[in-house]
Design a protein around this ligand. Structure first.
Ligand code: PLP
Length: 406
């Protein structure tokens, strides 16, 4: 290998541990959220490379059709990320300066950043201690004449209390937007997550239940909203502008709307199409992993995920446990350190949003305003859940957590 070989990390670059790297004399490090990819994805990408049409094109259109069918949705628009999906939905909803959007304190920063970047004001409220989803009563208390929308997050893949949220939205004339980053397979009383609100926003980031590397999707109930999302995602250009270089002859385009650059590429969609075919098979494997954790961690001093509610489907994206420091004498971060030493990659989903300096400084949020989310954020830990974990991997996770709490 030459000194400037691209496969040699450059000085100062972060060291990345490959998913299956053996560690001298030890079992390999289990990378948290490692994507499940195979030959078919590689072949699909190769076909796109061979076609020389790398950007938005026929594979994206096919992926949109396939995802729309999977979620039984009227309209689906592929975009570059869930962050983009959220931003475009909020802009398409007409939310801007002076408008408030109520969301959960227990979510990834991207959820509120979308409101911030659209010029709106995010308002975070507390969660239910059992489901860890946004508390409808806390929403009710936070509604003001400036409130325009409720942005709910189906946390870990568990559906929010959509009947209560729909009722609140109807009573107060609010728009409902769903952050479905964790909720690709989620159902609420026979309705697919992402089809209940005006917009549903999905993530295909590398750690998600299906991945395109980076990627996202917006589902919209109304045709005009769908058309607006499509325009906003590609510079505000008139429809089908992506075809302007095709063999159908050069197409002039006009900029007819405010524009962003958030389109998905065919390279990504090709991976997504293969992933979508395997989604239910992977779900079955994750169900087994979930049940195994539930049974084999039941005797430990921690809180396990609540059971699935009747007539709902949990996407089983995150298996989060709450460490009980009083009962075990171990802090969450002690457990993180101990298990990482055992070669188990873990996640923390999430520190409550008011723990972050930016929101504290800009909006004056304080952790004590959302005590349930704050406590969860300080005690929570997510175990590996990817579908290609072997039974041996699951044994290692279980044994490591027992050891960490011993
Ligand atoms: C709840 C939630 N919302 C939004 C996002 C943003 O997704 P993306 O990385 O596709 O932009 C994530 C990503 O992890 C998430 O977990």
């Amino acid at each position: 290998m030459s000194a400037d070989s691209p496969s040699r990390p450059t000085a100062g670059a972060p060291r990345v541990v490959p998913a299956s790297s053996p560690r001298e004399g030890k079992p390999p490090f289990l990378v948290f959220g490692r994507p499940v990819l195979g030959e078919e994805e590689a072949a699909a990408v190769q076909r796109v490379l061979d076609s020389r049409w790398l950007g938005t094109g026929p594979r994206v259109a096919e992926f949109e059709r396939a995802f729309k069918a999977y979620r039984r949705a009227p309209h689906a628009m592929a975009v570059g990320s869930c962050t983009a999906a959220l931003l475009l939905s909020i802009v398409a909803a007409g939310i801007g300066p002076g408008d408030e959007v109520i969301t959960t304190a227990m979510t990834f920063c991207a959820t509120v950043n979308a409101v911030v970047n659209a010029g709106g004001t995010p308002v975070v409220v507390d969660v239910d201690p059992v489901t860890q989803n946004i508390d409808p009563e806390a929403i009710r208390r936070a509604i003001t004449p400036r409130t325009k929308a409720i942005l709910c997050v189906h946390f870990a893949g568990r559906p929010c209390a959509m009947d209560a949220l729909e009722k609140l939205a109807a009573e107060h004339g609010l728009l409902l937007i769903e952050d479905c980053a964790h909720a690709i397979e989620t159902e609420w009383r026979g309705r697919a997550a992402g089809t209940i609100g005006a917009f549903g926003c999905f993530s295909f980031y590398a750690t998600k239940n299906i991945t395109t590397g980076e990627g996202g999707m917006v589902l919209a109930r109304r045709k005009d909203d769908a058309a607006r999302i499509q325009r906003l995602a590609l510079h505000g250009m008139s429809a089908d502008a992506w075809k302007r270089f095709s063999d159908e002859g050069y197409k002039h385009y006009y900029v007819v709307d405010r524009g962003f650059k958030c389109n998905m590429m065919d390279l990504q969609a090709a991976i997504g199409l293969v992933q979508l075919q395997r989604i239910e098979e992977h779900y079955v494997r994750r169900q087994r992993i979930w049940r195994s954790y539930m049974e084999r961690l039941a005797d430990l001093p921690l809180t396990l995920p609540a059971p699935e509610e009747a007539d709902t489907r949990h996407a089983l994206h995150l298996f989060t446990v709450l460490i009980d420091e009083r009962a075990s004498g171990k802090k969450r971060d002690d457990v993180l350190t101990s298990m990482t030493k055992d070669g188990i990659g873990l996640g923390v989903h999430y520190l409550a949003l008011p723990e972050h300096p930016f929101y504290r400084d800009r909006y004056g949020w304080r952790p004590e305003q959302v005590p349930v989310a704050t406590e969860i954020g300080r005690r929570t830990l997510s175990l590996p859940m990817q579908a290609d974990l072997t039974d041996d991997d699951v044994d290692r996770v279980v044994a490591s957590l027992h050891r960490a709490l011993a």
